[in-house]
Design a protein around this ligand. Structure first.
Ligand code: BYC
Length: 312
């Protein structure tokens, strides 16, 4: 039981920086924006299992395999919390999955790149999960209660993911010459796509203005991208690896790192479906869904049987 709320209309709740809960009245456009973003986020978590799943059977030791398995399972869990949060807005998980499978809803651009070597698992943990944390910590203060609460646990797990990636890359970077080169190559390939995860630049972002006014997003895409660069550059030094940007320079005046221009045409192409792995990721997801139909049917039949027994 919380304190009784003294304000109740949607505008009052937003102005008072209070949480909007599923039973509160909300504008259709607010609901639609949340469904779009939460669904895209949930889809990213479950599609994100694929690039890493690719290395489960080839992890170099039992310890590494156990860690990677736990991480991939965490991502399935994140997908479930997020689909459950979206369901509080009046859509069903089936509808959302159908939209993903039909290409009507998006997932993060980053998961359309291939994982070519074991070092890619480290680079994903360090850079992709690192970017995810920077993007998601402010979402713990999102105005929509169920999304904000889901983010708290997701962020705790993401920070473990990021640290395992850093530790993996640190081991490779301080190993043999070939291992160091493998770590450097992975960072060279994942750096720019990780910066693209934050979305288009602010002047080309269609939703940021309204989403910030509604307290869904707390910071703009460019602000969070800069925060990620500032956090990551010193970590690269600690790893003994370089970032593939000759224009990276400390800017005394801004107390921030300047960085080179991002090729946003690449982001737009990947989002349109033309990335290196888009077709493969979606086909694999649809196949997994179809092959899992018997599990869903068995679970429903069991639930019905139990319910009937309880009634009897
Ligand atoms: N990829 O107006 P904008 C993870 C779209 S999972 C694809 O700035 P918004 C992990 C955008 O949807 C990480 N599409 O949009 C999992 C919009 O298109 P529509 C996933 C992108 O929503 C497993 C259009 O471009 N994280 O960490 O204000 C293993 C214009 O953009 C992308 C989340 O989903 C992109 N990168 O801001 C490891 C976080 N960027 O919908 C790790 C939650 C933009 O109008 N989401 N688009 O057709 C967000 O914070 C925001 O939705 C975004 C975009 C910052 C991503």
């Amino acid at each position: 039981m919380g304190y009784p709320r003294v304000v109740s209309t949607f505008d009052d709740l937003i102005a008072a920086n209070e949480r909007v809960e599923p039973r509160d009245e909300m504008p259709d456009a607010y609901r639609a924006t949340l469904v779009r973003q939460i669904a895209q986020h949930a889809h990213s978590e479950i599609i994100g299992m694929q690039p890493e799943g690719n290395w489960l059977t080839r992890a170099p030791s039992l310890r590494r395999k156990a860690i990677l398995l736990a991480k991939v399972q965490d991502e399935a869990g994140h997908g479930l919390y997020l689909y459950a949060a979206a369901e509080t807005l009046g859509v069903s998980r089936d509808e959302l999955l159908d939209a993903l499978h039909a290409g009507k809803q998006k997932y993060s651009s980053i998961f359309n790149y291939p994982t070519l070597t074991w070092a890619d698992i480290g680079a994903i943990g360090w850079l992709v999960d690192g970017a995810a944390i920077v993007n998601q910590v402010p979402l713990c203060r999102c105005s929509y209660g169920p999304y904000a609460r889901a983010m708290v646990r997701v962020c705790k797990e993401e920070s473990f993911h990021q640290r395992q990636g850093f530790e993996l890359l640190h081991t490779l970077s301080h190993g043999t010459e070939a291992q160091h080169a493998m770590a450097q190559d992975a960072v060279d390939r994942w750096w720019w796509p990780s910066l693209m995860m934050f979305g288009p630049p602010d002047d080309a972002s269609t939703h940021t203005g309204q989403s910030m006014a509604w307290g869904i997003k707390r910071f703009s895409n460019d602000t969070l991208r800069q925060r990620f660069v500032d956090m990551t550059v010193p970590q690269a030094e600690a790893l003994g690896l370089t970032l593939p940007d000759p224009e990276l320079r400390w800017n005394e005046e801004r107390s921030s790192w300047d960085f080179g221009e991002i090729d946003f045409t690449e982001l737009f192409e990947v989002v349109k479906g033309n990335g290196p792995c888009n077709a493969q990721r979606l086909a694999h997801r649809v196949r997994a869904h179809e092959e899992g139909a018997w599990v869903r049917e068995a679970a429903s039949a069991y639930a019905e049987k139990r319910a009937a027994r309880e009634v009897a």
